[in-house]
Design a protein around this ligand. Structure first.
Ligand code: GLN
Length: 543
């Protein structure tokens, strides 16, 4: 039977709870203990797939096609596991399931209540992750902050779990924040005390308190938290803001958290093998020559909107012993000539995924610049569609070439709705989602980058390369280099005679790991690092 670690947050949000959960997972995995993870999100949406990036940041797609919270990205990157839809549970899913059960007559005669019906459904989902993964330890993160109204059923459910799986098989870890008062130069513990009191009020006494702070935490402060919160001295763990998120597992290990968790859960005295991780972090922190990459997107002011892309670039940089400096370019700015200088100073251009027409013309400006100047270009999902639109405009000498997502009446619909999407009316969870195989064309840049013939990548889109234009665009130099096994869908395209212009309909960023960069990102950064800032100025047969 699996053991459980429940992680809650207090004081403020954004203290890095997801990174803590991912880090604890890494510490256990490094001890040879199998781990799975689950995020409980208290909002009423069924999943974040329909939410704006302003609300939610990136939507992380699992291999089985679930649209999930970006914390799952941290879990996958730190623990190096492929999670499934069972790892992200929302109030929307819980209530939908309970109400569907009520309509079916599952509870005939009963009054349906938060306790026990909603809490039972939450506990069933927690056990499901344990059963499906067979992991020795399941780490469950409760989203939000203690005291939130909508989080209460989740906290009640994790409280009930203690009796059901046995006290020795459960740990509660509370992550808080110590504010700093500049005038006195002090870190304050009172909000942490209040937050722990709030947890106790619902019957949960935390076993450990992890204190995020922007300054060193003195022994005196730790003792005070131990005393007031009634927590073992060894279990008050400082979490001082790190230079890189990948350092957090090492900080927690060095503070003794890994041993403490293993001992408290009776996992045996195991040794953590973190040598590779330590080497990776010290390489990451060492000074390195930069490679400048312009990331052209609609939401660049929200760095969370492109979290996995940012991490994948960092991993690829590490592989080449370079620091990738991302220049964030608001695509709309390029529409009126602003930010062109940023583009000109970049050694590579990346256009990530997205939806809707706003900013598209600016992305097309970026693709055109990269194509004409021979600057390496990596397009991800929408970034591939943008490349195809730009190429279509060049090939047909017609600025009206477009995707039907942006101009349903375009005379050159080079990107069009997938046939199976024609009948779709509901927006939630209905895109082409999850992992599909892709056959690589031998000798292509993509095949060279992967060193493989068939690859499996994660998708999230409704629109696709229009096969009616495959031949004409091919004649002009836009080569399909990755295809679905039935040849029906173009999954990767590349521009002939260009130093490196490759774009894919899938999202390779979700599969990148710090110690195992994604081949397309690694190849892209490799090409970018060879690029002179003013462009390689190759002579291309292009307008
Ligand atoms: N909007 C495009 C589509 O639906 C691209 C989606 C994406 O970039 N994830 O096909």
């Amino acid at each position: 039977m699996s053991k459980y670690i429940f992680v809650t947050g207090g004081v403020v949000s954004s203290v890095g709870k997801g990174i803590v959960v991912a880090s604890i997972g890494r510490l256990l995995k490094s001890r040879g203990i199998s781990v799975s993870v689950q995020k409980l999100d208290p909002y009423l949406n069924v999943d974040p797939g329909t939410m704006s990036p302003y609300q939610h940041g990136e939507v992380f797609v699992t291999q089985d096609g679930a649209e999930t919270d970006l914390d799952l990205g941290h879990y996958e990157r730190f623990i190096d596991v492929d999670l499934t839809s069972a790892s992200n549970v929302t109030s929307g899913q819980i209530y939908s399931a309970v109400i569907a059960g009520e309509r079916r007559g599952d509870f005939l005669g009963g009054t349906i209540q938060v306790v026990p019906h909603v809490t039972n459904e939450i506990k069933r989902r927690m056990r499901e992750v344990a059963e499906l993964s067979g992991a020795e330890v399941v780490i469950v993160e409760v989203g939000g902050t203690v005291g939130d109204i909508e989080g209460q059923p989740f906290l009640e459910a994790i409280r009930q779990m203690r009796n059901e799986v046995g006290r020795d098989n459960v740990l509660y870890i509370h992550v808080t924040f110590l504010p700093h008062i500049a005038t006195t130069g002090e870190l304050k513990t009172k909000p942490t005390q209040h937050s722990v009191n709030e947890l106790r009020r619902i019957g949960i006494q935390p076993d450990a308190v992890l204190c995020r702070a922007d300054f060193e935490i003195s022994q005196g402060i730790k003792d005070k938290i131990s005393l007031f919160c009634d927590v073992d001295k060894k279990a008050v763990v400082p979490l001082v803001t790190a230079e890189t998120i990948y350092e957090v597992p090492l900080m927690l290990e060095d503070a003794g958290l890994g041993d403490w968790v293993a001992e408290r859960l009776g996992l045996g005295a195991t040794v953590a093998i973190l040598d590779d991780w330590r080497t990776m972090v010290s390489k990451l922190k060492a000074p390195k020559e930069p490679v400048t990459v312009a990331l052209v997107g609609k939401y660049v002011e929200l760095r969370d909107a492109y979290y996995s892309v940012r991490e994948a670039l960092c991993h690829a940089g590490l592989h080449h012993d370079r620091r990738v400096d991302i220049q964030w370019v608001r695509s709309e700015d390029l529409e009126n000539g602003a930010s062109l200088d940023v583009l000109k100073s970049a050694q590579g251009v990346i256009v990530p995924g997205g939806f809707g027409y706003r900013g598209i013309e600016g992305m097309i400006v970026a693709a055109r610049y990269a194509r004409q100047k021979g600057i390496p270009y990596l397009g991800l999902c929408l970034g591939m569609q943008v490349l195809v639109i730009e190429f279509g405009r060049y090939a047909f000498d017609n600025e009206l070439a477009n995707s039907t997502e942006f101009d349903p009446k375009t005379p050159y619909p080079v990107i069009d709705l997938l046939p199976e999407q024609q009948e779709v009316t509901e927006m939630g969870g209905t895109m082409r989602l999850g992992t599909y195989p892709c056959h690589l064309v031998p000798g292509s840049r993509a095949a060279l980058a992967y060193g493989d013939t068939v690859v499996y990548e994660r998708h999230r889109h409704r629109f696709e390369f229009n096969n009616n234009f495959r031949e004409q665009l091919g004649q002009k130099g836009l080569m399909p280099s990755g295809l679905s096994p039935d040849n029906r869908l173009v999954e990767i395209v590349e521009v002939k005679d260009h130093p490196w212009m490759v774009a894919c309909q899938f999202h390779p960023e979700f599969r990148s790991r710090p110690n195992r960069p994604h081949p397309l990102f690694a190849s892209f950064v490799g090409a970018a690092k060879e690029t002179l800032v003013e462009g390689t100025q190759v002579t291309l047969p292009l307008t």
